[in-house]
Write a protein that binds this ligand. Structure first.
Ligand code: AP5
Length: 215
């Protein structure tokens, strides 16, 4: 059973690595960023409440994010394991997650922190990122370009850039990340954290990740 959390700064490669894991092991990926962006696009009450925070690079309030994860973890496809990407980000979220899993006799089995110490690399990755609006596939203009420029390899959709992927908003997101590092400490105290060097190629990081989760 793999109940995995992927942590790391914006642009560390959490989504990229989760994509590789789901392709190989068919586990559901629960990305709070993706769920919130979808809610925002669809104009749901959650999306409307979250939009201002996301657009300015701030964290969305705990109560909104905790509720949506709790609902998602109730879905039957998570019963054989899951990959949490971008959640929890605060100690309150981590404690709430522990509680909701405990209710169902479950627990987090591993936390992988993908770190990228060179902040310039994060700026290059985030400002060069393009993604598919339909299936969320992630590309990078230089590091992993699509076969046809501007089009998704899988469904041919026109790729888009995220509203928060500007240098100014990334600066804010990075400071929010630094301020919220206590969530990592929460899991470190439980002996669950493996730290990986995310500055290597996506395939090298994936090899290390599989080793960290015993696959
Ligand atoms: P979220 O969507 O979670 O964004 P993030 O944490 O800032 O992370 P990113 O999606 O930017 O980066 P990533 O690590 O997934 O990198 P990726 O694989 O795409 O959150 C967005 C917002 O939602 C937050 O700011 C907040 O407002 C809100 N939110 C979400 N969760 C929340 C929570 N729990 N609590 C409160 N608010 C929350 O890779 C990036 C680029 O780099 C890609 O182009 C990729 O191709 C490239 N790349 C990846 N790996 C490598 C590599 N090894 N080498 C070279 N290039 C690489």
């Amino acid at each position: 059973m793999l109940n995995l959390i992927l942590m790391g700064p914006p642009g560390a490669g959490k989504g990229t690595q989760a994509g590789k894991l789901i392709a190989e092991f068919k586990l559901p990926q629960i990305s709070t960023g993706d769920i919130l962006r979808e809610a925002k696009r669809a104009g749901t009450p959650l999306g409307k409440q979250a939009a201002g925070f996301m657009d300015s690079g701030k964290l969305v309030p705990d109560e909104l994010v905790i509720g949506l994860v709790e609902e998602r973890l109730e879905q039957p496809d998570t019963k054989d394991g899951f990959i949490l990407d971008g959640f929890p980000r605060t100690v309150a979220q981590a404690k709430a997650l522990d509680e909701m899993l405990k209710k169902h006799g479950r627990a987090i089995t591993r936390v992988v922190l993908i770190d990228v110490a060179d902040r310039q690399k994060l700026f290059d990755r985030v400002t060069g990122r393009w993604s598919c609006p339909n299936d969320g596939s992630v590309y990078h203009v230089k590091n992993s370009p699509p076969k046809i420029a501007g089009k998704c390899d899988k469904d041919g959709a026109t790729l888009i850039q995220r509203a928060d992927d500007t240098p100014e908003k990334l600066t804010k997101r990075l400071s929010e990340y630094e301020a919220a590092k206590a969530a990592v400490v929460h899991y470190r105290e439980k002996g669950l954290v493996t730290e990986l060097d995310g500055e290597q190629s996506p395939d090298t990081v994936y090899g290390l990740l599989k080793k960290a989760v015993g696959k």
